[in-house]
Design a protein around this ligand. Structure first.
Ligand SMILES: Nc1ncnc2c1ncn2[C@@H]1O[C@H](COP(=O)(O)OP(=O)(O)OP(=O)(O)O)[C@@H](O)[C@H]1O
Ligand SMILES: [Mg+2]
Length: 416
């Protein structure tokens, strides 16, 4: 059985990225073996009494979700924490899986845009996960509460970019790819400076990067954010389901409203469809203005809207990988026009495997180093433009006057 730690040892022993065992690699992991592995690798295990003391007897509720209640608290040295106590009503096996998924995935990550895990508690009475405290809570409250529209357009774009970087890290930079499966505004937390961190890895599952899909899983995520492939039997589920959910989140950032207001996708008030219609008519800017977005934020909002349209493409392959999404959001590249999305919603018999419009040739494996030319084109710089002009005129001159004069011209560009 893993030993517990004293409160004063806690902060010095915060687990690091590589500390947590690969539970999903074990055929039928027993909980105790999993916990022993965690402890051996230096993850902090707290007792229920310690957590009770850190949270002042669970006196401050920060929020609650499908899997439990989150309480505020602090370590004896004053470092603030958030403690997620997992619901006891969950069936035992589901609770264990939820717990192991959350601890094992967050425990192996380390990125400025991912929420940090400090430790955990597990006994027959309760299981809980201890995170760093995020002063400004979750993004949803700034997008959807009329009285909390305090974040300006520039900061919202930064939040979108930071969130995209966090997901890109999970997909591309971890030793094993991590799919989040539940990207949405309530799972993006904001620190004291409104820097975003992706949270709530409870549904996440680690998969080998070589295994490009996992068709064994059932429905995951939250309706309204989860990708259409979850609705199809035996359709391969890849990390691109997170890209779709991120696109839905981006629409909500652009509109500063929930995508669906009356809960029906057939309703006219489904924001993503409206964005597409206005984009098609080349009237995105007018529509965005009518949503109360300030004039000087229009360009940023338009960029986010177009990236969102790319992220929610019906075909997972047509969606850009998250590192391309980061580039597109950051600007400085020319974003290609996205094909029409949501065909699966408004047409009968659409085959998602062979979407009729998308003609790109990207492979779902080509995330890291592959070409992103389906989604964007690098802008050439002024110097490059000048050089191209010089080269073009040089070759013309070569034809006209022979090579020596052209070489001279070209050298003058290099030295300028
Ligand atoms: N580390 C944290 N710091 C500050 N507040 C937090 C932290 N973690 C969670 N919260 C708050 O608690 C709320 C509930 O989080 P939780 O992840 O349990 O549920 P959810 O994301 O709303 O829903 P779901 O269970 O579907 O993911 C969050 O929306 C957020 O406001
Ligand atoms: Mg959550």
């Amino acid at each position: 059985m893993a030993a517990t730690v004293q409160p004063e040892q806690v902060v010095a022993r915060v687990p690091s990225a590589s500390n947590v065992s690969q539970v999903w690699d074990i055929d039928v992991p027993t909980m105790e073996r999993f916990l022993q592995d965690l402890e051996k690798k230096n993850a902090v295990r707290f007792t229920a009494q310690q957590l009770c003391s850190f949270t002042n007897n669970y006196s401050k509720v920060l929020g609650s979700g499908g899997f439990g209640v989150v309480y505020g608290g602090q370590f004896p040295n004053g470092v603030k924490i958030a403690v997620k106590v997992l619901k006891k009503s969950l069936p035992h096996e589901r609770a264990q899986r939820q717990f192991m998924a959350e601890v094992s995935t967050i425990g192996r990550t380390c990125h400025i845009n991912l929420v940090r895990l400090y430790g955990f508690s597990y006994d027959h009475l309760m299981s809980a996960i201890v995170y760093e405290y995020m002063e400004n809570g979750s993004l949803d409250k700034y997008l959807f509460n009329a009285d909390a529209h305090g974040i300006d357009g520039n900061k919202l774009l930064d939040i979108a970019i930071g969130t995209a970087k966090g997901i890109a890290y999970l997909h591309e930079e971890c030793q094993q790819r991590i799919i989040h499966y539940d990207i949405k505004p309530s799972n993006v937390l904001l620190d004291a400076n409104f820097n975003p961190k992706v949270a709530d890895f409870g549904l996440a599952k680690i998969c080998n990067r070589e295994n490009t899909h996992d068709s064994s899983i059932g429905y995951k995520g939250t309706p309204g954010y989860s990708a259409p492939e979850f609705l199809l039997n035996n359709y391969p589920i890849t990390y691109k389901c997170d890209v779709y959910s991120f696109g839905m989140l981006l629409f909500e950032i652009v509109g500063r409203r929930r995508n669906a207001r009356v809960g029906s996708i057939d309703s006219l008030d489904w924001f993503p469809k409206l964005v597409w219609e206005e984009y098609e008519k080349d009237e995105l800017a007018t529509m965005i203005l009518s949503h109360g977005i300030e004039e000087n934020d229009i360009e940023r909002a338009k960029r986010m809207a177009v990236v969102a349209l790319w992220c929610v493409q019906d075909s997972p392959e047509a969606r850009p990988p998250m590192n391309a999404v980061v580039k597109m959001l950051e600007g400085g590249v020319e974003i290609m026009p996205p094909p029409k999305p949501f065909l699966y919603l408004f047409s009968v018999g659409i085959n998602l495997l062979n979407p009729p419009i998308y003609t790109g040739n990207s492979s779902d494996n080509s995330t890291g180093n592959g070409t992103h030319s389906n989604w964007y084109k690098e802008h050439s710089t002024r110097i490059m433009d000048e050089y191209k002009i010089q080269v073009a005129s040089s070759s013309q001159e070569k034809e006209d006057h022979g090579s020596s004069y052209a070489e001279e011209k070209s050298r003058s560009v290099d030295s300028s």
